[in-house]
Design a protein around this ligand. Structure first.
Ligand SMILES: [Zn+2]
Ligand SMILES: [Zn+2]
Length: 389
C-alpha cells in the first residue's frame, strides 16, 4: 500500500515536472528565435548584404528616375553632346557678338594706319623716284584696289544676309528650325550668334560683325579677294623700302658699338633724323602687316574659291562631307544638288548674266542683288555619275 502510494506520487511528480519542462521550452523557443533573428540582423556580413541590396535598389531607382526625365526616342549621342556643351556655346556666341564691334573697329583702324603711311611716306617716294608709267600704274591700280576694298567691306557689313519669313507662307521648306520655330527653306541654317535663320548661310564673320548669307556672300568674297590683292600689292611695292629700312634699323641698333670702335677704325657714325627713323619703322610695320594678312586672308580666299567652284557654302561643305561618307559606306555616290557646273556656279554667284557684266559687276563696284530670292533653289539636273544620289 505504502509502496503503491509512493509510486503514484512519484509518477504524478514526474508528470508535472515533464509538463513544466515542456511549458518552459514553449515559452523559451520564441525568445531564442527572436534572439537568433536579432543576431542575424546585427551580423555585419548579413547587414552588408542588406545594405548593398538597398544601395542597388536605390541606384536602379535613381537611374530610372533620371532616364524618365530626359528620355526621348529621338535622343542620340549628338544631342547629349550638344546639351553638355550648351554653356560653352552660349559663352562663345555672346562673346563673339560683343567682340564683333571690336573686330570691325580693329579692321578700320589697321586699314587707316596703313593708308596713312602709304599716302604720307610711300607715295612721295614713288612720285619722286619712279618713272612716269610706273607712277601712273601705282596711282591707278592702288586707288582702284582701295575703292574695291572699301566698297565691298562697307556693303558686306551693311547688307543683311537674308532671313526666311517669320509669318506663315507657302515657301517650300526642308525642315523646321528648332530655335526659331519656323520652316527652314533649302540651304538655310540657324546662326546662334545672330539668333536667326539665315538664307544660304555660309558662316558668321566676326570681322564683319555680320552673318555671311545669300545677299552679302558676294560682298564678303570680293572684300577678301581685293584685300588680299591689296596686301600683296603693298607688300611687293614696299619690298625695296623694307630692305633699306631693315638695314638702317639694324645699323641704328649698333650705333653704340660704332661709337666704341670709332677711335680705332674711324668708321663714320650713321645719322638718322626723327623723320627717317619714323619712316623706317612705318615701312617695316606696313610690310609685316600686309604680308601677314596676305598669307592668312589669301588662304581663306582660296578656300572660298574652291567652295564656290563646287557650289557649296562652308556649312554645306561640312554637311556634304558627312553625307558623302554615309552614302559611300552604303556603296552609293553623293552629288551636291546645287552644283550647276564650275562656270555656271561662278556666274550665279557673281550675278553675271551677259559678257559686259564681267566688267561692270565684277571689276567695278556694283550693288546688284544675287540671282534668286534665297528661298527657292532649283536642284541641279547635271549628273556626273549615273548612280549618284
Ligand atoms: Zn532659326
Ligand atoms: Zn550670324
Amino acid at each position: 500500500m505504502r509502496s503503491h502510494e509512493l509510486r503514484r506520487r512519484t509518477g504524478r511528480r514526474s508528470k508535472s515536472a515533464a509538463g513544466g519542462a515542456m511549458g518552459h521550452w514553449r515559452r523559451l523557443f520564441p525568445t531564442v528565435m527572436r534572439l537568433f533573428f536579432r543576431c542575424l540582423r546585427l551580423c555585419p556580413r548579413w547587414g552588408q548584404g542588406c545594405r548593398s541590396r538597398q544601395l542597388q535598389e536605390l541606384w536602379s531607382y535613381s537611374r530610372l528616375l533620371l532616364k524618365s526625365l530626359y528620355f526621348n526616342s529621338l535622343c542620340n549621342f549628338d544631342v547629349v553632346l550638344d546639351s553638355i556643351f550648351e554653356p560653352v556655346y552660349w559663352l562663345v556666341d555672346h562673346f563673339t557678338r560683343w567682340f564683333g564691334v571690336v573686330f570691325v573697329c580693329l579692321v578700320i583702324l589697321l586699314m587707316s594706319s596703313v593708308l596713312f603711311i602709304i599716302y604720307y611716306y610711300v607715295l612721295p617716294v614713288i612720285i619722286n623716284t619712279y618713272s612716269t608709267p610706273w607712277i601712273v600704274w601705282h596711282l591707278c591700280y592702288g586707288h582702284w584696289n582701295l575703292v574695291m576694298v572699301v566698297f565691298h567691306y562697307y556693303k558686306a557689313i551693311r547688307t543683311h544676309p537674308g532671313h526666311p519669313p517669320l509669318v506663315k507662307s507657302d515657301i517650300s521648306s526642308v525642315s523646321i528650325c528648332k530655335k526659331c520655330i519656323i520652316p527652314k527653306p533649302p540651304r538655310t541654317h540657324h546662326c546662334s550668334i545672330c539668333n536667326r535663320c539665315v538664307l544660304k548661310m555660309d558662316h558668321h564673320c566676326p570681322w564683319l560683325n555680320n552673318c555671311v548669307g545669300h545677299f552679302n556672300h558676294r560682298y564678303f568674297f570680293a572684300f577678301c579677294l581685293f584685300m588680299t590683292m591689296g596686301c600683296i600689292y603693298c607688300s611687293l611695292s614696299c619690298w625695296n623700302m623694307f630692305v633699306g629700312a631693315y638695314n638702317a634699323i639694324e645699323v641704328s641698333c649698333c650705333v653704340p658699338f660704332f661709337i666704341m670702335l670709332k677711335s680705332y677704325y674711324q668708321t663714320p657714325e650713321p645719322s638718322f633724323t626723327f623723320h627717317d627713323r619714323m619712316f623706317h619703322k612705318c615701312i617695316i610695320y606696313v610690310w609685316v602687316l600686309t604680308s601677314s594678312v596676305a598669307v592668312a586672308l589669301g588662304g581663306l580666299t582660296m578656300w572660298h574659291v574652291v567652295l564656290i567652284t563646287r557650289g557649296e557654302t562652308s556649312v554645306e561643305r561640312h554637311i556634304n562631307r558627312k553625307e558623302c561618307q554615309r552614302l559611300k559606306d552604303r556603296g552609293k555616290i553623293f552629288q551636291n544638288p546645287y552644283n550647276y557646273g564650275r562656270l555656271q556656279n561662278w556666274k550665279l554667284f557673281l550675278g553675271v548674266e551677259k559678257y559686259s557684266h564681267w566688267l561692270t559687276r565684277v571689276f567695278l563696284p556694283s550693288d546688284h542683288t544675287p540671282c534668286g530670292d534665297g528661298l527657292l533653289w532649283e536642284r541641279s539636273t547635271r549628273r556626273t555619275c549615273p548612280t549618284a544620289i
